[in-house]
Design a protein around this ligand. Structure first.
Ligand SMILES: [Mg+2]
Length: 206
């Protein structure tokens, strides 16, 4: 059945976090290294921070409460001012003639600044930033809300994102078809999910 709407993730779906990560997170990485209040390898932690919400990384690497709080405080005020560009195949998404919604999890100011630097707000009917510090919303509750308000059926919608444990899981739980956009080859071996590595392949799901 043709889709009426696409819900997209932002980080590592529309642009690669690694393209800005070292610059953006430099003060955070310095804070973590200087504190020494973590377990595991600092390079692994840096990589994880570019792929996973900070709170999850902090918990997985046993950050002290102080370090966690200071990290959150720092991230709350952090914005992207550097030049940013979408993945080269993002134009394929722009060209798809159905309603698009952006749903991203993270710190409100930071996520908002990314949308501005990427100049993508005009591509979307609605932009939703799920900020766990500010509300109990989840990607799943936002997806449900979009479907209800726009009189859509779950089968009318396609969710596209890079994280099997976030937007992909939320979509499947709601009976929404989901595609793993794995441009960066994070999950090469998945056999249970629909996986694409270029937005050109999205046409097969629309
Ligand atoms: Mg993502």
């Amino acid at each position: 059945m043709p889709k009426k709407a696409i819900i997209l993730d932002l980080d590592n779906t529309i642009y690669p976090v690694a393209s800005i990560g070292n610059e953006l997170f430099h003060p955070l990485f310095k804070m973590i290294e200087q504190s020494g209040e973590y377990t595991g390898d600092i390079e692994e932690i840096k990589k994880a921070i570019m792929r996973t919400p900070f709170q999850k990384v902090a918990s997985a690497h046993n950050f002290s409460d102080t370090l966690t709080e200071q990290g959150i405080e720092l991230l709350t005020g952090l914005t992207c001012t550097m030049e940013m560009a979408p993945f080269e195949d993002y134009d394929e998404v722009r060209a798809i003639p159905c309603k698009k919604f952006l749903v991203t999890t993270g710190f409100t100011r930071m996520q908002q600044s990314k949308v501005e630097q990427l100049n993508i707000a005009r591509d979307f009917e609605e932009v939703h930033i799920v900020d766990p510090r500010l509300s109990n919303q989840t990607k799943k509750s936002v997806f449900k809300d979009i479907i209800d308000r726009h009189n859509l059926e779950p089968t009318d919608v396609l969710v596209v994102g890079d994280d099997p444990h976030s937007e992909i899981k939320a979509a499947l739980e709601l009976g929404i078809e989901a595609v793993l956009y794995d441009k960066l080859n994070f999950n090469p071996a998945t056999t249970t999910l629909s996986r694409i590595t270029d937005f050109k392949q999205l046409h097969d799901f629309i």
